[in-house]
Structure formats: C-alpha cells, structure tokens
Design a protein around this ligand. Structure first.
Ligand code: FMN
Length: 423
C-alpha cells in the first residue's frame, strides 16, 4: 500500500511533497500556516482577501482607518459607487503581507498567494492587476487564481519580469472551464504551471450550482487528465475537495493527479487564523450542520456551518471600510438585500437580511464559518480534553498525517502531559 510520501509534485527539476494547503481568506490560511507547509516541503497559501485589514492586524498599518475616514461622509448613502481603492495603497499592503511572509520562509517548499477574482473592488481589472503584480514584486513563489473564470488574468501579468518564472495556476471545477482558459490565453504562449481541480465537497465558494451533489471530483480529474493527454499538454493537476486522509490523497495521486490541495483538516490547526472558539464549532459540527447556501453576494454557492452568525445578520453595509465585493459599478448584492429590508423597517432596528450576507465584515470578524463537507469528521482527528473541548492540532501533525499515514488511518496527537505529572 502506498502513502503520499511515495509521490512527489514536480515543477521542472524541483520536487515537493505533493500536499498543498489551500488558500483560506480572510486570513484563515495565515502566513504562519503557509510557512509551515513550506518548511515541511509542501506548498502553503496565504490569501490577499481584505489585504488592507490583514496588513493592519499584522503590521499595525492604518489602511482601513484611513479609507474609512476618507469616505466617512458616504456612510449613510446607499450608493457606494464613489468608493474606490487607492491603487498605491493596495500595492503597499500587498507588498507588506507577501514580502514579510516570503522573508520568513524556510525549507524546501513554496508559498503561493490565493487571488479571488470575485473580489472586484469597484474596479475589477485595475485592482486585480495591482494585486497580481505587487505579489510578484514581493517575491511570491506562485499565484493561484480562484473564484472566477481567469480569462484575462494572465494577460494582466504578462509584462512582469517574473511572468515566466513564478508558478501561476488556476482553480477550475470542470474540463470546460479549463478549455476556455487555454483557448483565451493561447496568444500569451504561457501555459499554467498547475491546475487545481476543485470538486463539489470543498470549503469556501463552489464552482457548481445548487446541484453540486451530482458531481464528483474523481470523475472531473479523470476528464481533465484525458483532455490534457489528448492535447499533449503536460500540466500538473492538483485535486481538491473532500480529501480527508492520506489514503484519500493517494487515490487521487494514483489516478494521475500530481498533488492534492487540502484545507478543512487545517482549519483546526493552531497556526490557522480561526479563533479557538470558532475552531470548537468546527470540531463539534455534525454532518447535518454543514449546508450549502446562496447567501454569498458573489453569486457562487458557499458551504458553511448552519449556525454561522453571519446568516440572517442585518448589519449596515460597511463598504467605506471594506467594499471588496463592489462590482465595477459600485453594486454588491448585499447592499440591495439590505436596502429592501431597510425599506420595510425604516427605523433601521431589528433588520435581518436572510437572502445575502455582508461577506466582507463577517469574514473579517470570523463570523462566516465556511467549511468543507468533511468538517464533521474533524472530531475524529484529535483528543478531547478534560473540560470537554477538543484539542487543536499543530499544522505539522496534520501535514505529516497526510504525508505518512496509510490508508484511512488518522494519527492522533500525542497526549501532552499535565504539569506536575511525570510523562
Ligand atoms: C475555511 C475555508 C476557507 C476557504 N477560503 C477559500 C478562499 O478564500 N479562496 C479559495 O480559492 N478557496 C477557499 N477555500 C477552499 C480551499 O482552498 C480548498 O481548495 C478546499 O477547501 C479543499 O477541500 P477540503 O477543505 O475538503 O480539504 C476555503 C476552504 C475553507 C475550508
């Protein structure tokens, strides 16, 4: 029987442990988590979602405060179209978050940044161009383009001196999406260095409709692999979504995937950005608690825990501070849904917006508990402490469990001896 460590993810001559920790915004996949993956020889992701806020928290900058102050007069205005991001500040925040992470990198692995194209920031093209090029400037090893069709995104980096040296990849959920991308980018003469195929069991936004349960990752991976073979294209495929054990990962590596991208298991790592209390909610969840709904203003279905505080919250849109989901015309589906409720409750009290949620504020405050379909199994990966809570795990422990465990085995953590009791 094989284990993940019998395989390697190859980028040219470079060989890595074929485990990628997926990007989890907003700062759920922290720099600390990504750096652990790199130290252990795999690939970790940071995310550039709400990058100004992440920078403020990491480096005591005042990007959010300054922007809020600048647009203060607009706070009670339901028209958010004047709110723009200062592109120089966006570059500065990106360079700080990415640059400091890369300076701290140790080991043989890599750190990539996850860039969600749906963060349209009231100027989709310009802001994405700055995000991508600033990350390259700051020395990121690679960029994973997610939550979008990625059709013009490679073009936005084509003039950058690192365009051919950084590892650039895309996330797709169907062979058709990959075909579209390749057709559209043919003139650039630059293939993606990797393609993440994300199936319907993943956390975060899904690249499927509400009929997601009809699809299955293994089938899509096999379809994409067959297509690439027919086209004689040698692009590493990385399978993602619902891969919970080393044995699950091996089954995809044997199917022809070059690596696996995993996230849910790491939501309960000590290095993960989720507060300890929220991690306990993930541990406690039962299968019935995990739902897919349409509350995300992006238009993509999203998986989350049923008791997520964000669902039904009626907070005022906070675009003066954030505004990452404003489309090119200054609209966000949450603002529309909020205004409908405000019209029914003009005093502004007791507003509950059920259709949509303010993803910026709730993700920022760790109140939108997005998760993968296998979250209910997290309780089986650790020990229970005397107070009934579950013990968070180190990222290294989880990484090594994927890398070295055989079949469906899951290694439990060592019991930490209580103070004063001899080990
Ligand atoms: C808490 C959480 C947040 C996520 N956020 C993002 C994100 O910001 N961008 C993205 O492309 N994928 C996101 N994902 C998807 C993961 O990167 C990954 O591809 C997927 O969850 C892998 O499946 P698994 O969680 O079953 O291991 C998120 C997943 C989780 C669990």
């Amino acid at each position: 029987m094989k284990r993940v460590d019998d395989f390697r993810l190859k980028f040219g001559k470079r060989e890595l442990v074929p485990i990628v920790i997926g990007g989890m915004g907003v700062d759920i996949s922290t720099a600390e988590l990504a750096l652990e993956a790199a130290r252990l020889g795999g690939i970790g992701h940071i995310s550039d979602a709400l990058i100004h806020d992440v920078s403020d928290r990491r480096f005591d900058t005042e990007f959010v405060k300054t922007k809020t102050k600048f647009y203060k007069a607009n706070i009670d205005n339901s028209d958010k179209s004047i709110i723009k991001f200062d592109l120089d500040r966006l570059a500065e925040a990106t360079k700080l978050h990415v640059g400091r992470t890369m300076e701290a990198k140790r080991g043989e692995g890599m750190v990539f940044v996850n860039c969600m194209e749906k963060l349209t920031m009231n100027s989709p093209r310009d802001t994405l161009q700055v995000r991508l090029n600033s990350a390259l400037d700051a020395g990121i090893d690679g960029i994973t383009l997610s939550a979008g069709l990625h059709l013009g995104s490679f073009g936005l980096m084509a003039e950058h001196p690192r365009f051919h040296d950084a590892k650039l990849g895309i996330i797709v959920s169907s062979v058709r999406a990959l075909q579209l991308f390749l057709r559209k980018n043919a003139r650039l003469n630059r293939l993606p260095d990797f393609v993440v195929i994300e199936g319907p069991l993943a956390g975060g936004h899904l690249g499927f409709g509400l009929d997601w349960a009809k699809y299955d990752l293994a089938t899509i991976v096999a379809e994409v692999a067959a297509y690439l073979k027919a086209e004689q294209l040698d692009i590493p495929l990385i399978a993602a979504g619902g891969i919970f054990t080393g044995g699950d990962a091996v089954s995809f590596l044997e199917l022809g995937a070059a690596g696996v991208q995993v996230a849910t298991r790491f939501t309960v790592a000590s290095e993960c950005g989720l507060p300890g209390k929220v991690q306990q909610e993930y541990f406690k969840a039962s299968e019935e608690d995990i739902i897919v709904n349409t509350v995300s203003p992006t238009g993509y279905p999203m998986r989350m825990l049923r008791n997520t505080p964000a669902i039904g919250s009626g907070i005022r849109p906070n675009c003066e501070a954030y505004g990452y989901l404003l489309d090119g015309a200054g609209h966000c589906a949450y603002i529309t849904a909020y205004n409908e409720q405000l019209a029914l409750h003009p005093d502004g009290k007791n507003i509950s917006v059920v259709d949509k949620t303010c993803l910026c504020t709730h993700m920022r405050n760790y109140n939108c508990w997005t998760c993968g379909s296998s979250t209910y199994r997290l309780k089986d990966t650790t020990l229970r402490l005397p107070d009934g809570s579950y013990m968070p795990l180190s990222a290294e422990h989880i990484f090594h469990d994927y890398q070295f465990s055989l079949g469906q085995q899951i290694a439990l953590p060592e019991v930490v001896p209580t103070e004063g009791v001899p080990a």
